[in-house]
Design a protein around this ligand. Structure first.
Ligand code: OAD
Length: 262
């Protein structure tokens, strides 16, 4: 490069400018943002779907067939997640959402509740509600009745020793299940509509730590792009979104997000 010519901004600099200029931001996160907190992802080497069969654990049919086995797996994950804490990536996103100079909506596919905990931590004594995420796939710490739909806080430890010890609904006596979306189930229509409305209205969609393979969540960034907004992706690896991204930031969310957001 010759003296005096302006140097093209690096990807991080370009992403910072896009974020700085965006009045409305939608953030879509996946399992990768929680990896540095110790929550296993699904599809990478060592990911949950490499060691476990989703159809045996995360479908309504599996629950009808053997609720004890399904609960055993979710009770293990619930206890694992309860021991994890939000990392610098969750906290940076919470700080972004708490700023009052722009509209930010965090939309997550994760059921681990770590964005919610980061919101409280980042807000301290202030109101943390702006940083509460839309949870597209539910919440692992909540139970829902498979019969009447009643929702309740889940027990920290579930006794999975026998089918008769599994949690039952206080309202109707039906079987309680984790309040998460399983394969073959529809997402809550109001939640997904809210996510797509925010994506269409956004100047910037920031996508973090998702393989972008599971729809409808994986279609959210396209809604921003089709409406004329920009897409910034943060991931360790390329994904189907990478060719569409305005800027791709290759790296760990816990390092890249604080550098991007401050
Ligand atoms: P995946 O496990 O499919 O993808 C995780 C992504 O995070 C991969 O693209 C990794 O490269 C990336 N990644 C891992 N560690 C990272 C880090 N430290 N920083 C940045 N990126 C990192 O998880 P999801 O895309 O979230 O659905 O999976 C989507 C859905 O599939 C889940 O919500 C779950 C699963 O089946 C349900 O349970 C309904």
């Amino acid at each position: 490069m010759s003296e005096g010519r302006t140097r093209a901004p690096d990807p991080l600099g370009r992403a910072r400018t896009l974020l700085h200029d965006a009045a409305r931001v939608v953030v879509l996160t996946g399992a990768g943002i929680s990896a540095e907190s110790g929550v296993p992802t699904f599809r990478a080497a060592g990911g949950l779907w490499k060691s476990f069969q989703p159809e045996e654990l995360a479908t309504p049919e599996a629950f009808a067939r053997d609720p004890r086995v399904v609960w055993e797996w979710y009770a293990w994950r619930r206890e694992l997640v309860a021991r994890c804490v939000p990392n610098e990536g969750h906290l940076a996103l919470a700080r972004l959402a708490l700023r009052d100079d722009r509209d930010v909506l965090i939309v997550t596919q994760n059921v681990d509740g770590l964005h919610h905990r980061a919101a409280r931590e980042a807000a301290r004594t202030a109101d943390h509600r702006r940083a509460i995420p839309l949870e597209l796939h539910g919440a692992i710490h909540r139970d829902r009745c498979a019969v009447c739909g009643f929702k309740t806080a889940g027990a920290a430890e579930v006794d999975v020793s026998d089918a008769s010890t599994l949690p039952r609904c206080a309202a109707c006596g039906g079987a309680l299940r984790p309040d998460v979306v399983w394969f073959g189930e529809a997402l809550d229509p109001e939640t997904i509509d809210e996510a797509f409305d925010a994506a269409r209205a956004a100047d910037l969609c920031l996508v973090v730590g998702t393989s972008a393979l599971v729809h409808p969540a994986a279609s959210i960034p396209a809604a921003t792009l089709h409406a004329g907004g920009a897409l910034v992706e943060v991931n360790l690896e390329p994904t189907p979104l990478t060719p569409l991204a305005t800027v791709s930031l290759r790296g760990a969310a816990g390092e890249v997000l604080p550098a991007l957001i401050g």
